[in-house]
Design a protein around this ligand. Sequence first.
Ligand code: SF4
Length: 345
Amino acid sequence: MCWTVPEKDLKSLLPEELQKLAALNGEKSFCGTVLFEWMHQKYISDLNAAANLAKKFRAALRGAGYYIGCLTLLKRAAAADGALKYLFVLADGCKIETVLLEDAGRRTLCLSTQVGCRRACLFCATGRMGFRRDLSAGEIADQVLQVEKRERLKINNLVYMGMGEPLDNYENTLKSVRILNDKRGRNIGARHITISTCGIIPGIARLAAENLQIRLAVSLHGATDAVRGRLMPVNKKYPVAELIRAVRAYQKRTGRRVTFEYIMIDGLNDTREHARGLLKLLSGLSAQINLIEYNPHSRAEFTPSPKKTIKEFWWIITDRGFAASIRYKRGGSINAGCGQLYAGR
Ligand code: SF4
């Protein structure tokens, strides 16, 4: 099986890059912007459809090997609770999954950034696939375009929480954010875009220096190395204390509140003592804590915390002034829940 990242996909290019391409081909640079608009506002999949661009320009692009890359939808599954899951096949045969959640006018798309993942978190089905390859910026952005086209709606919220660790594919992830945020294309507001990481410290430091108002979410799941290390091998390289130091530095530089994701697993991280440890660890940070009901998958070794335990944990945290919410399972019946994405069943 050959796993290749498409290099000449025009959807991977920013308007400025397309403008340069136009100028190199003897066209006015605004033709690059026009092409960007065709792809990201009118969802074209063939250069021929960009009717107001010169034939000669389109032929030159094709001659140089450029094309408009599109994911192919293999399967669409709907859960009773409204969650939709899409299985896409990429040009080289690799598969990824994307999830759409609608809630009170908020249409959130959960994007994948890699085929598989090398971080092997124990509660995550994707982690058990191993790593195959990074997605290109175009392949990440096209998940939005294909879902919008299929469902005839506009996505207004993005979470980079699908398959893969976004900060392990830093360049393409950030480029896709810029493409999707661009006013000449989908124009999805940066404040409605969340990048979630399992705790890649160098990536968090880089993100702090970006001139983008995006949100950061950190998968924490344990307040000590003993607990977190049982769930997430990444904790060995980036232990809890160093991770929280990096998050404090991020917050100092950006002034932005950080979200912590905390999957509730029976007996492992859900006691009163664990809650108090979490409060101590995060003290002084402006943080939102999401308590997530664990979604077992077919190879699961863990049991979800009882609802009563999750509620108690929530009380302890909110009593001390932290913003916290409980995320009950959604999409579980179609394996679209948190930690359940696994392309290739
Ligand atoms: S939770 Fe995220 S980082 Fe961990 S294995 Fe799954 S996809 Fe990778």
